[in-house]
Design a protein around this ligand. Structure first.
Ligand code: NAD
Length: 518
């Protein structure tokens, strides 16, 4: 099987009038589909429950995106049994057939990209460019893992002991559980499910409560692409109910999780326990939160640096695990950078992403309350230069937080250490580059980070000493591209599984070594 060389999916430009009009038409079309009921999908059964989770538009919570059936521990048991049965045939399905499903799914997304973009705008609040980036990333994950399976899983090189025929092969692990966050509810949801699937595993997928409708759309398209029933099972519901049941169950072979540090560490601890009848050590990959920093030194292109800081901190309202939340600036250019960042933030448009505003609402009431908490302590830990308030929009009750910059924050302050996940940027002054490096590395996390400098020696030192899984030099720290920037964090940001990287599929296989005496 020969696939064309991998390239990242191109983005459409929605400043072009025709593209913009097409996006608005897609929104109108999807608005006509809102408020429906969605079932669980276990094997070939669609199970509609009266107990449902309400998914709403964060910019206008009165608008119900859909009511999604809420699975219980009993459904987890049922899904694990179905996935175990499906595993017996899927693991023996040829690699080429499995790859073909991913390639077909990628093609379906390309054809219906605007529709998926529109669901992302309405369910989680992505503006046109952010939604476009996510659907393109979903295509990239599918195309990349398809090629990766063909190159990585087909043959294993071994030396030959005299008198023996020696070989090794990768075989899938079994039934896996994928638990995903709401902030990349299509790309991460699809990538995290389909990487194990192309390697021959069967999956139970538990999407986040706030984004379970777009996840259902993703399942629909995989089934349409030819994925057999039971290979993927859709189990939306409460994390602490169905998520917990799946994690603890002895039939679960592996868990792939992306989400917050606290939930990830809880899952790690639970997965380490061996349940009654369990025959394996559960394998766990965790991709968690971040408190991501960028250094600007006195040699930097300050204008470019300030623009990159604003894009990194306020794109999708700061709700990316890679988002900039600590800007570390050396004293001699501090005032100038702060002024520039403040002015750029004042110019950002805040409002409904359906109207393509830049800064959208945060995802839910809980996130709004968390933002309010940090905005309350902001004047005690620093100086607010722009923004500083959060409230429901009086008309729509959307969960809006004003894009906020808090200057003069100390490196150990709460604002400089806690992941807030909202459009709130802290700016930390340091005396020089040396201190900047220390401050950069002084959090529990290690996901993304960057530096703006024109000094080659400092850039070299930055490469060695800034301890993050994804480091960016003289560019923004968000927007990792599948295949180019393998993505995953150090320290308490996760197990560094590197989604979209060359070894990612190896998390979902085990190597069987076979030696035959000649
Ligand atoms: P979250 O941890 O609250 O939820 C993630 C998922 O875990 C959801 O599906 C939730 O229902 C489930 N869950 C909750 N409690 C559970 C339990 N006890 N057992 C099993 N599952 C449970 O995270 P979120 O708010 O959805 O997402 C935001 C977080 O995700 C941020 O911390 C962000 O940095 C992180 N994130 C990390 C990456 C990465 O690649 N490192 C990417 C995206 C998001």
């Amino acid at each position: 099987m020969n696939l064309p060389e991998y390239v990242n999916e191109p983005y459409a430009d929605y400043t072009v009038a025709d593209n913009n009009a097409a996006y608005r038409a897609a929104l109108e079309n999807v608005r006509g589909q809102l408020g429906r009921d969605y079932p669980l999908i276990i094997g070939d059964q669609h199970i509609m429950l009266t107990d449902a989770i309400l998914s709403v538009n964060p910019c206008n919570p009165q608008q119900v995106i859909g009511r999604v059936s809420s699975a219980t521990a009993a459904h987890a048991q049922q899904a694990l049994e179905v996935a175990q049965t499906a595993f017996q045939s899927w693991k023996n399905t040829s690699l080429e057939t499995r790859v073909a499903v991913l390639v077909k799914a990628a093609q379906i997304i390309r054809e219906r990209k605007l529709e998926y973009n529109a669901w992302l705008t309405l369910e989680v609040g992505k503006n046109y460019a952010e939604a476009e980036g996510e659907t393109a990333e979903a295509v990239d994950f599918l195309e990349y893992y398809a090629r990766s399976a063909l190159s990585l899983l087909k043959t294993v090189q071994t030396y030959q002991l005299p008198g023996e025929h020696d070989r090794a092969e990768y075989i899938p692990l079994g039934v896996g559980v994928s638990i995903t966050p709401w902030n990349f509810p299509f790309a991460i949801f699809l990538g995290q499910a389909c990487a194990p699937i192309v390697a021959g595993n069967t999956m139970i997928v538990k999407p986040a409560e706030d984004s379970a409708v777009i996840a259902y759309k993703a399942i629909e398209l995989l089934l349409e692409a030819g994925l057999p029933h039971g290979v993927i099972n859709y189990l939306p519901g409460l994390g602490e109910v169905v998520g917990d049941a799946l994690v603890k169950h002895p039939m679960t072979r592996f868990i792939s999780f992306t989400g917050s540090k606290s939930v990830g560490l809880h899952i790690n601890a639970e997965a380490a326990k061996v349940g009654a009848g369990q025959k394996w050590i559960k394998r766990v990959t965790l991709e968690l939160g971040g408190k991501d920093s960028m250094i600007i030194d006195e040699t930097a292109d300050l204008e470019a640096a300030a623009s990159a800081a604003v894009a990194g901190a306020f794109g999708f309202a700061g709700q990316k695990c890679s988002a900039l939340s600590r800007l570390i600036v050396v004293d001699s250019v501090y005032a100038q950078v702060l002024e520039s960042v403040t002015q750029k933030v004042k110019a950002l448009t805040v409002g409904d992403p359906a109207d393509n505003k830049y800064v959208n609402a945060v995802i839910n009431q809980e996130s709004l309350e968390k933002s309010k908490h940090y905005l309350e302590i902001a004047p005690t830990e620093g100086r607010v230069t722009v923004g500083g308030s959060a409230s429901s929009n009086p008309e729509t009750e959307g969960y809006f937080v004003q894009p906020t910059v808090v200057a003069d924050v100390k490196p150990h302050a709460k604002l400089a250490q806690d992941e807030i996940f909202a459009p709130i940027l802290t700016v930390i002054p340091v005396k020089d580059f040396e201190e900047a490096v220390q401050v950069f590395n002084n959090t529990d996390y290690g996901l993304t980070g960057g530096i703006f400098s024109s000094d080659p020696q400092r850039l070299e030192r930055a490469e060695r000493e800034l301890h993050v899984g994804n480091l960016y030099l003289n560019r923004k720290i968000t927007g990792a591209m599948v295949g180019c920037h393998p993505f995953g964090g150090f320290n308490l940001s996760g197990t560094d599984s590197k989604a979209g990287g060359p070894d990612y599929l190896l998390h979902f296989v085990q190597m069987k070594s076979i030696a035959r005496k000649i």
